[in-house]
Design a protein around this ligand. Structure first.
Ligand SMILES: Cc1cc2nc3c(=O)[nH]c(=O)nc-3n(C[C@H](O)[C@H](O)[C@H](O)COP(=O)(O)O)c2cc1C
Length: 319
C-alpha cells in the first residue's frame, strides 16, 4: 500500500506471519531520476524477504530503464501495477488505465518478462467500470506474455475501494489461467479471507487494509484456516508492546523526529476499538517527539475494549 507498507511496516507484519510482501508502488519515472524518497522506498533488509517491487508506468522505455535501475536491489519479483484508480495516475494512462489497453499491457509485460531475471507478475482489477469488466481477457493477455502470477482486486476502477467485491470475476480469472492467482479485496478478517478462498478458488489472498492497526490478522488468519479458531484479541498491554516495537522500527528507519510524526496515523489505527480513547488519540496527533509518543503508548495499557468480543465479530455476520 502506497504511503504505508514501508520497511518498518513490512518487518512488523512479517513477525506476525506475513509470508510475502510488496514495496509501495514506485513510478518508473522516479526510478529513472532516483530521489532520496525513492531510494528510501526501495530500502529493504535480509529479514524482509521474499519481497516484490511494484512498478507504475506505461512506457516500455521507462519501464525497462526502471527495471535496470532496481536490478541491483535483488528483489524476488517485479510486479506491474494495472490497478491503481487514482485519477492523477489514470489520467496519464498508468495504473488501472492499462485495463482499457490489454494489448499495451501485454507488450509492457513482454518487455519486463524478457529483461527481468526474476519472476514478473501483474496487479489488475475486475475492469474499468461495470460496463467493461474484462479481467479474464486482460489476465489471458498477461499470461501470454509469460508472467508468473497475477493479483486481482475484485473491484472495478470506478468502484475505487468501496462497494462489493466481485468474487465471480476472480473465480473466472482463476479458471481461465494456469498461473497462480492472488485475490484482493475486503480481506479484512479471517472469515472474509476464508470466504475469498472458498468463493474464488484462488491460490493466495493479499491482505491490505485489514492490516491497518491489526498486524494480528496474519496470526489470526493462519490459525483460522488451520484450526477454525481465532486466538483471543490482543490485550491493550500487548497492543502497547507492539506499538513500541513499531515505533522503534520507524524511528530507526526515519530518525526520531520524523518517526514520531509518521507514527501519528498508526497510533489511531492501533487504538481503534478501545473505550473512551479519544483524548489520547488527539494527543498523539499533536505528539512531536519519540518520548511524547512513548508516553502516550504507555497510557494505552489502562484502557479496555468497547466491545471485548473478537475484533472480527461484525465481519462474521457479514459473510
Ligand atoms: C492507502 C492504500 C494504498 C494502496 N497502494 C497500493 C499500491 O501501491 N499497489 C497496489 O497494488 N495496491 C495498492 N492498494 C490496493 C490494495 O493492495 C488492495 O488491492 C485494496 O485495498 C483492496 O484490498 P482490501 O479491501 O483488503 O483493502 C492500496 C490501497 C490503499 C487503501
Amino acid at each position: 500500500m502506497a504511503g504505508i507498507t514501508d520497511l518498518p511496516y513490512r518487518l512488523l507484519l512479517r513477525s506476525f506471519g506475513c509470508e510475502l510482501a510488496f514495496l509501495e508502488m514506485v513510478s518508473s519515472q522516479s526510478l529513472v531520476h532516483e530521489s532520496k524518497r525513492t531510494r528510501r522506498m526501495l530500502s529493504s533488509s535480509a529479514e524482509d524477504r521474499p519481497l516484490g517491487a511494484q512498478l507504475l508506468g506505461n512506457e516500455e522505455e521507462a519501464v525497462l530503464k526502471a527495471l535496470e535501475n532496481i536490478r541491483p536491489c535483488g528483489f524476488d519479483m517485479i510486479d506491474l501495477n494495472a490497478a491503481c484508480p487514482v485519477p492523477k495516475i489514470t489520467k496519464k494512462g498508468k495504473g488501472a488505465s492499462l485495463l482499457r489497453e490489454p494489448k499495451k499491457l501485454r507488450s509492457l509485460l513482454d518487455v519486463l518478462v524478457k529483461n527481468s531475471d526474476v519472476p514478473v507478475t501483474v496487479k489488475i482489477r475486475a475492469g474499468w467500470d461495470r460496463d467493461s469488466v474484462n479481467a479474464r481477457d486482460v489476465a489471458l493477455h498477461a499470461e501470454d506474455a509469460g508472467i508468473s502470477a497475477l493479483t486481482i482486486h475484485g473491484r472495478t476502477k470506478e468502484q475505487g475501494y468501496s462497494g462489493r467485491v466481485d468474487y465471480a470475476v476472480i473465480k473466472d480469472v482463476k479458471e481461465a489461467v494456469s498461473i497462480p492467482v492472488i485475490a484482493s479485496g475486503d480481506a479484512i478478517s479471517p472469515q472474509m479471507i476464508r470466504k475469498m478462498f472458498h468463493e474464488t478458488g484462488c491460490d493466495a489472498v493479499a491482505i491490505a487494509r485489514g492490516s491497518l492497526g491489526n498486524p494480528w490478522i496474519f496470526r489470526d488468519t493462519i490459525s483460522y484456516l488451520e484450526t477454525g479458531t481465532i486466538p483471543e484479541r490482543p490485550a491493550p498491554g500487548e497492543i502497547a508492546n507492539t506499538m513500541r516495537r513499531h515505533l522503534d522500527l520507524i524511528c530507526t528507519f526515519y530518525g526520531d523526529k520524523s518517526g514520531a510524526i509518521l507514527f501519528r496515523k498508526l497510533f489511531s489505527w492501533y487504538v481503534k476499538g478501545l473505550h473512551e480513547i479519544r483524548t489520547v488519540k488527539e494527543d498523539a496527533f499533536r505528539a512531536q517527539t519519540r518520548e511524547q509518543m512513548l508516553f502516550l503508548i504507555e497510557r494505552i495499557r489502562n484502557y479496555a475494549y468497547r466491545h471485548p468480543e473478537s475484533a472480527y465479530e461484525g465481519f462474521v455476520l457479514s459473510c
